[in-house]
Design a protein around this ligand. Structure first.
Ligand SMILES: [Zn+2]
Length: 472
């Protein structure tokens, strides 16, 4: 090649580079998120980038300026994958709105679950604000088989009557049928079904093992409760997900986390989750509250009636137990909750709970509370570690069964455009036990499948881009 030729080649190469850059600039994306600090827990990327979205997919992540038909200026803001909540009761338009403002783009009801999977998904097929999904639940299936009169949790035979061998077989058959119809997991809550025998629980775990799908279980309290669940999982080789280790573990939270770490080291498929509040909430008529029937005044005073804020006495406990409604349980300490939240083992999951206009503040504040109080104020964990617990870890828990989850929980080209954009310096929860509906501040924009559902901290009306998360 003579010097003139070399000159031409250099020019052609230069034109190529310039053309590529020009093409990238000229191409107009449907949506561009400009100049945000992009966090992706899978690749470890944490840098200022521009994100281009086409349709419902992330199409570009670039240091170059990108053109968009719509542009969100994310200067000074964090751009993270949308939060995936593995434990979200409610599943109503109202709770989807609360959760969207807390940065949640996918809310899954995996603990209580549903008894009729086809019907549950059909009821939402016109769309929802955020992505949604459900497990086939041992609790509702048992309620149906034993004809329990309760609405959400069992209050009659579903809680208090042992199932016959034929009924146990029928429970197993309905669980397997729910999985065939696309349920995301199996749900269970042993304290809500205290009459379920070991034989019945083994049947639940066997169905889980044969389909290789995790049981999202509210186990019995403390070390003995986890020993029981690990024994059932080991006997059947069922994957196990222990819900809210904070409220199940209370004073033994550290010990329970160590037991889970040991089980994982031995090769068991066990995971867990936590929510950042020292008080729980459940239905006062549920069997989970039976133990307060003959408890001391001091113990009953751990319960709060959220409609009035009063602490219960033995007398008022009996009164409200007859009428029914949600009750707050002040049974944990902040110290134990901090251990649960900062453990690398825990996924963040809200256990969102809302009933007739009142509920637990975790419904509206779980994710902003972890990021505001535990990451920024207490420095108990890094921002990247917290984001991993809210996005990649829950996606990975489900992706073996639900292929769609492989494209969630990540901020990379080709992933679903579920994105949460927030001000890490301002973000804070505001909801309390008395005012559980107060939204957090600092969640600036939330995008679901490429469509903004929260813009400048405000809900966008009239959109429903949320899609079903369902097993293949
Ligand atoms: Zn729950």
């Amino acid at each position: 090649m003579n010097s003139a030729d070399r000159h031409v080649v250099r020019w052609l190469a230069l034109i190529g580079v310039v053309t590529l850059a020009a093409l990238l600039r000229a191409q107009a994306f449907d949506l561009v998120i400009a100049n945000g600090r992009v966090l992706d827990p899978e690749s470890g990327l944490e840098a200022v980038r521009n994100v281009g979205v086409n349709g419902r997919t992330i199409a570009a992540i670039s240091e170059e300026r990108l053109n968009g038909r719509t542009v969100i200026d994310a200067s000074g803001l964090v751009v993270a994958p949308g939060f995936i909540d593995l434990h979200a009761h409610g599943q109503t338009p109202e709770t989807y709105r609360y959760q969207a403002r807390d940065g949640v783009t996918t809310a899954l009801e995996l603990e209580v679950g549903a008894g009729d999977i086809a019907g549950w998904y059909a009821a939402r097929k016109t769309g929802a604000l955020i992505n949604y999904g459900v497990s086939i639940g041992h609790i509702p299936v048992r309620m149906a088989v034993l004809r329990d009169p309760g609405k959400f949790l069992p209050t009659g035979d579903g809680a208090h009557r042992a199932a016959s061998p034929a009924q146990i077989k029928e429970i197993g058959r309905r669980l397997a049928d729910g999985l065939e119809k696309g349920a995301v997991a199996i749900g269970a809550g042993f304290p809500y079904t205290p009459a379920a025998t070991e034989e019945e629980l083994l049947e639940v775990f066997r169905v889980s093992a044969s389909h290789r799908v995790p049981i999202h279980a509210h186990i019995r309290r403390g070390v003995a409760g986890l020993e029981e669940a690990l024994r059932l999982a080991a006997a059947t080789k069922a994957p196990l997900h222990v819900v809210h280790i904070n409220s199940t573990g209370t004073t033994s939270t550290r010990e329970l986390l160590n037991m889970i770490a040991d089980a994982r080291q031995k090769g068991m498929d066990v995971t867990t989750e936590a929510y950042p509040y020292a008080a729980g909430m459940t239905e006062i008529q549920s069997a989970n509250l039976d133990e307060y029937e003959n408890a001391s005044e001091q113990r009953v005073a751990l319960l709060e009636w959220p409609r009035t804020g009063e602490r219960l006495t033995r007398e008022s406990f009996q009164k409200y137990r007859k009428t029914g409604g949600p009750v707050v349980l002040h049974t944990n300490t902040e110290e134990m909750v901090a251990i649960a939240i900062s453990s690398p083992l825990t996924i963040i999951a809200s256990d969102a709970y809302w009933e007739n206009g009142t509920g637990h503040p975790r419904t509206t504040g779980t994710y902003s509370k972890v990021l505001g109080r535990y990451v920024r104020e207490a420095r108990a964990l890094t921002l990247m570690d917290a984001i991993r617990k809210m996005t990649l870890m829950p996606a990975q828990r489900l992706e073996r069964r639900v292929r769609a989850m492989q494209a969630k929980g990540r901020l990379r080209v080709g992933a679903d455009a579920d994105i949460t954009i927030f001000d890490a310096a301002q973000l804070i929860d505001r909801s309390t036990y008395r005012e559980p509906a107060l939204p957090p501040v600092g969640i600036a924009h939330v995008i679901v499948n490429g469509v903004p559902v929260v813009t400048n901290g405000q809900l966008v009306e009239g959109v429903s881009p949320g899609r079903a998360v369902r097993a293949n």
